[in-house]
Ligand binder design. Structure first.
Ligand SMILES: *Cc1c(COP(=O)(O)O)cnc(C)c1O
Length: 378
């Protein structure tokens, strides 16, 4: 690596560690490789030219996992199913947010979740998961996994360690435990799962190979700004980048972050099946990362105002907002341990039934009725 290239992966100035939000315009990209362009161009190319046949062979050996890269060896670009400059810059910048060894980007959040499961679970193993979980994930777990001979055991996402203990006991009777998958806070209840506790539990669990299974955590709602699960013992952090990370309702994308121990098999699987992001969408997500911190800060500030308004409203039964957890309650203790702010996704119950709820929804003038987390009328 030249000194110049090193400069673009600089993490500190003296003793000062640069914050991710400071790094989102420059990190991981060398303008001198692209005509001095400040921003990475969109590399719309399927394939890359080798300097020689030997180079091509070496690149392929490393990317296919036939051998490890030598200490001084930088594996080059080959083919956009394996890697592409836009994908690499995006992965480098994403990993800064969680100080992760590695990030992998996917064509959707579901592609990331599917890949974590397929790379780590074997037929005959059991997957333990928190409930409620994102609808697409639940469909995947309940409809697809039985076909591959993988069993599932759910536990309710709240502050109860007993629910987790019961799920592990039940799973152990069904077979080796291949993975634990949690989503916290849960949508729509905002129930919290204690990440530290799950991390302790997986240490004692064993998969078919007799090794401990990974703890995968869907961090779409609070992360990566308000919750950093790798610090609390999670092994694989999963994202739908369609939501806060993308932030403009103009793309669908996903990501995984963690150590190479857990992510390398996922990267090999992505190269094999081709569920990576296209270069244009990578560029769009890079654009989004530049404003991620200030967008999430402002959304969090605004959400509190709306939650407080609804909380006092005569037609509202209950507001499920993390900012309202009672100090001293078990849920608040979990919140204090792992969350940095309540974020801006919350649910509320309108008094009455479906008719009252639909009347409310149909009367909205600024917000549009659509799934996902950012939808606004022009
Ligand atoms: C949207 C979402 C997903 C799925 O992501 P896509 O990008 O739509 O595939 C997974 N988990 C959570 C928590 C989500 O909100």
């Amino acid at each position: 690596m030249s000194d110049k290239t090193k400069n673009f992966r600089r993490r500190t100035i003296g003793n000062h560690v640069l914050k991710p939000e400071t790094q989102m315009m420059g990190y991981g990209f060398d303008p001198s490789l692209s005509e001095g362009s400040l921003k990475p161009p969109v590399f719309l190319t399927s394939t890359f030219v080798f300097e020689s046949a030997e180079h091509g062979r070496d690149f392929f050996d490393v990317v296919s996992g036939r051998r490890e890269a030598r200490p001084d060896e930088v594996s080059g670009l080959i083919y956009s199913r394996f890697n592409n400059p836009d994908m690499e810059v995006l992965e480098d910048r994403l990993s800064l947010w969680e100080d992760a060894e590695m990030a992998i980007v996917y064509s959707s959040g579901m592609a990331a979740i599917y890949s974590a499961i397929m790379a780590h679970l074997q037929p005959g193993e059991v997957l333990i998961y928190s409930q409620p979980i994102y609808g697409g994930t639940e469909t995947l777990l309940l409809n697809l996994l039985p076909k591959w001979g993988i069993k599932t055991v759910g536990f309710i996402a709240n502050d109860s360690h007993k629910a987790v203990d019961d799920a592990f006991a039940k799973a152990q009777k069904l077979g080796p435990i291949g993975m634990v998958l949690a989503e916290t806070p849960a949508n729509p209840t905002n129930g919290l799962v204690d990440i530290h506790y799950l991390a302790e539990k997986v240490k004692d669990a064993r998969n078919t190979a007799g090794e401990r299974p990974p703890l995968a955590l869907d961090n779409t709602f609070l992360g990566p700004v308000w919750q950093k699960p790798l610090l609390h013992g999670a092994d694989i952090v999963l994202y739908s980048m369609t939501k806060y990370i993308g932030g403009h309702s103009d793309l669908v994308a996903g990501a995984a972050m963690g150590s190479s121990r857990w992510l390398k098999p996922m990267k090999a699987l992505r190269g094999a099946i081709g569920n990576q992001i296209d270069p244009h969408t990578c560029w769009m997500v890079l654009r989004s990362l530049e404003t991620l911190k200030i967008r999430m800060e402002k959304a969090t500030e605004n959400a509190r105002i709306v939650a407080e308004y609804l909380d006092g409203h005569e037609k509202v039964e209950k507001v499920h907002y993390l900012g309202f957890l009672k100090p001293g309650s078990p849920a608040h203790a979990v919140y204090e341990k792992q969350c940095l702010a309540p974020g801006s996704t919350f649910a509320f119950d309108v008094k009455g039934g479906e008719a009252e709820a639909f009347r409310f929804l149909n009367a909205l003038t600024v917000l549009k009725l659509a799934v996902s987390l950012v939808a606004q009328k022009p």
